[in-house]
Write a protein that binds this ligand. Structure first.
Ligand SMILES: *Cc1c(COP(=O)(O)O)cnc(C)c1O
Length: 395
């Protein structure tokens, strides 16, 4: 629908609009002079306004000022960037890590650094938009496999020609979210690694929604599955803007991978470095997560409580089985979804409707997310509001 007018978008329930929040990013937010319960944040651990992160940011401003002044390769590479990269590598259990200014930057920069014309990408159909854009920019031939369908992935891999023009980069690259951002389900990492072995492919993992949440120590889905963190076939990225509570992103892997990205990744090279306060907050968050598991524990309890609540009110039928803080209530129709999202909004519940092109046609949904800092009272109020929705024909 490349030539759709704004008018068409409105008629189809696809029109998008900004809503300006006037409070901090917590379980309750202020909009238009009214308090809302926030069920639309990726701030899963509730750390975005944690006192320790705020203090770290303020201290960094006192020490380094506000702006970083240049790209990392010019004069923008500050001690705090280095400290954060070392901490990420330690946290993720890899040799090295490299900061990017956001997950979007990382994905559009790393993928074209790993594969190019003549190479082959195998991409899950529900991968995040930034991965899709990274594939496009790479000019590699992109094969899209059906969501988590190992048979289809195997078939596409077996159809790709044998290694002909290996140039030291990766020839076959399987790309997947580890936690799918709009569905909350996990990729089948062990199966993907088996296929990568069978076809001599590498694997690029997007841990955006997993970092800080999954695995015994919050290191992500790689840890959740007990896969070696420095597995030679895996390149990992994740963002610092979601559960970590700050901003920016990382790629981690071997020292030679990081050296390569510093030299080749355009979205790393040609942009001003992260502000020092942002890096310092990310660093403080990783320290906090390592030392204090209570944030993750609270989140897991809330996930459990909310899932049981949905079952009680009969909404679980709309829900795929998942253990993540992302609850997609799939309604199908975009207009219906936006009507219900508005109805919740009227009840003081902030729960976004998600529509195409973010999700496939016919799978529009209310996407609710849990935070460690939601109280039982918050969760109960949300469940009550859902129960009161006019849902004829849906449940
Ligand atoms: C949010 C997200 C990104 C982008 O990360 P930002 O740091 O917000 O730019 C990338 N991949 C996935 C799967 C995401 O959900």
């Amino acid at each position: 629908m490349p030539h759709a007018s704004l008018h068409d978008l409105k008629n189809q329930g696809l029109y998008r609009q900004l809503k300006t929040i006037t409070s901090e990013q917590g379980p309750e937010i202020d909009f238009n002079g009214r308090r809302f319960l926030n069920f639309s944040s990726n701030n899963y651990l509730g750390l975005a306004n944690h006192p320790l992160l705020k203090k770290a940011a303020i201290d960094a401003i006192e020490k380094y000022g506000v702006g970083s002044g240049a790209s990392r390769l010019i004069t923008g590479s500050m001690l705090v960037h280095q400290e954060l990269e070392d901490k990420i590598a330690l946290f993720k259990g890899t040799e090295k890590a490299l900061l990017f200014n956001s997950g979007y930057h990382a994905n559009i920069g790393v993928i074209p650094s790993l594969v190019g014309e003549g190479d082959f990408i195998f991409s899950d159909e529900l991968n995040h938009a930034s991965l899709i854009d990274g594939c496009r920019l790479s000019k590699a031939k992109t094969n899209v496999y059906r969501h988590k369908n190992a048979k289809h992935l195997d078939q596409l891999l077996s159809n790709s020609p044998p290694l002909l023009n290996f140039r030291g980069g990766y020839r076959r690259l399987i790309i997947t979210d580890t936690v799918f951002s709009m569905d909350g389900d996990l990729c089948d990492l062990p199966v993907i690694l088996e296929l990568a072995e069978k076809y001599n492919a590498h694997v690029f993992l997007d841990e955006a929604h997993a970092t800080g949440v999954f695995g015994k120590r919050g290191r992500g889905v790689v840890e959740h599955y007990g896969v070696k963190s420095d597995h030679p076939r895996i390149v990992q990225m994740g963002t610092l803007g979601k559960a970590i509570g700050s901003f920016g992103a990382y790629v981690c892997g071997s020292a030679s991978l990081i050296e390569w990205l510093i030299n080749k990744s355009r979205s790393f090279i040609y942009t001003t470095a992260l502000p020092p306060a942002v890096a310092a907050a990310g660093l403080a968050s990783l320290h906090l997560i390592a030392e204090d598991p209570s944030h993750r524990e609270n989140l897991l309890q809330n996930i459990h409580y909310f899932r049981n609540g949905l079952k009680r009110i009969g909404w679980d039928r709309l829900l795929p089985l998942s253990i993540s803080p992302i609850f997609p209530l799939i309604l199908g129709d975009a207009l219906k979804t936006m009507t219900l999202s508005q109805a919740l909004f009227d009840k003081g519940i902030w729960a976004h409707g998600i529509r195409p092109p973010t999700v496939p046609q016919g799978t529009s949904r209310l996407r609710l997310t849990m935070m460690a800092t939601h109280t039982k009272h918050h969760l109960d109020r949300c469940l009550e509001a859902l129960e009161e929705l006019p849902l004829e024909g849906l449940k």
